[in-house]
Design a protein around this ligand. Structure first.
Ligand SMILES: C[S@@+](CC[C@H](N)C(=O)[O-])C[C@H]1O[C@@H](n2cnc3c(N)ncnc32)[C@H](O)[C@@H]1O
Length: 318
């Protein structure tokens, strides 16, 4: 990211103000680290190019975006008093315009690029050919995949159209997230195996009579983990941005720490809120106790699963 900011960002500092926007910021603290990293990289670039620090009257402003039901109180209470930027919350869906035209120099979206505006039509309808009874990935037949990809493509096009208007010319849009390598199915990855364990655990709870089977069968998430090629294609077809970098982020310890406790913690972080909304927090917690047992029993499946891909995409407005 630092290299991209150094090489690709056109700095126009006439206004002595630099705006950063984080889309899908949640309630912290990750967003604070992310925006600080961007600010540090901009300061480094200025220093490298001019031999000087940014002038004292130079100001950074950060826009924190998420849904209006996001916990912005917790977010603002977590802001460090020592921060070097002004801050504002901009509540709204990032699939729409969130800010006025030419509002920010660097925008980013971290681990929220796989969200969709809604679950595609038919997926939760028992009478539809698209009915997806299993959890998201396991029963992902071609028709279900196409319905998800079609909706995802529309949503991402709207997102990119909105950001293209809001971005200052010469600015960058950075996307950190997770995708599938081309040709790899979700069900073949750690996350897919994890979802299978979650689905099986909820089925167990239904069989014990703790929840209705119907509620389990109708559970789906508005998430689509795209293949790398699909992401490239959607961005290319949208035409508003050039892909300056599409980097595979390889962590020395692999994608996730491979032990059942960490796998459960990461699955809970990803799917916990959706599952609580459908089944309530107590059932969600109970199910994850079962997930941990299953993850221990079926650990070889996790070990043999194919890795997903963590990426950084750097986009520059055309
Ligand atoms: C997995 S969290 C990532 C949070 C943070 N960016 C991070 O990296 O830790 C995804 C966030 O995206 C937000 N989000 C999802 N869809 C959104 C939308 N349409 N508009 C705004 N925020 C959205 C969610 O509310 C959630 O806070």
């Amino acid at each position: 990211m630092n290299k991209a900011i150094s090489a690709k960002l056109s700095l126009n500092l006439i206004s002595k103000r630099f705006n950063v926007a984080d889309f899908g910021c949640a309630s912290g603290p990750n967003t604070f680290v992310a925006v600080q990293n961007v600010i540090d990289a901009v300061e480094d670039k200025y220093r490298y190019e001019t031999g000087n620090n940014l002038p004292d009257n130079f100001e950074f402003q950060v826009f924190f975006n998420d849904y209006n039901k996001n916990d912005f109180n917790t977010l603002f209470q977590g802001l460090s008093p020592e921060r070097s930027y002004y801050s504002a919350g901009v509540p709204c869906s990032f699939f729409e315009r969130v800010l006025p035209k030419k509002s920010f120099h660097i925008g980013m979206i971290n681990y929220a690029f796989h969200f969709m505006s809604k679950i595609p039509k038919g997926i939760t309808d028992r009478d539809s050919p698209l009915w997806n009874k299993d959890m998201h990935c396991t029963g992902f037949n071609e028709a279900v995949k196409k319905a998800y990809l079609d909706q995802y493509s529309v949503d991402i096009k709207n997102l990119l159209d909105a950001r293209a208007e809001e971005l200052i010319p010469g600015g960058l849009f950075l996307i950190f997230g997770s995708c599938l390598r081309d040709g790899v199915k979700m069900s073949e990855t750690f996350k897919g195996v994890g979802m299978d364990c979650i689905g099986a655990s909820f089925n167990d709870l239904a069989q014990q009579g703790l929840i209705e089977q119907d509620k389990v069968d109708s559970f789906n998430t508005p998430l689509y983990i795209a293949e790398e090629g699909e992401l490239r294609q959607i961005i290319k077809e949208n035409g508003k941005f050039t892909i300056e970098a599409f980097e595979d982020i390889i962590h020395p310890n692999g994608e996730f720490p491979l032990d059942p406790k960490s796998l459960v913690a990461s699955s809970k972080a990803i799917f916990g809120a959706f599952l609580s909304a459908q089944f309530g927090v107590d059932v969600m917690r109970k199910a994850f106790e079962l997930v941990e047992v299953k993850a221990r029993e079926e650990f070889s499946r996790f070990k043999n699963a194919k890795p997903g891909m963590q990426y950084l995409i750097v986009l520059r407005k055309n």
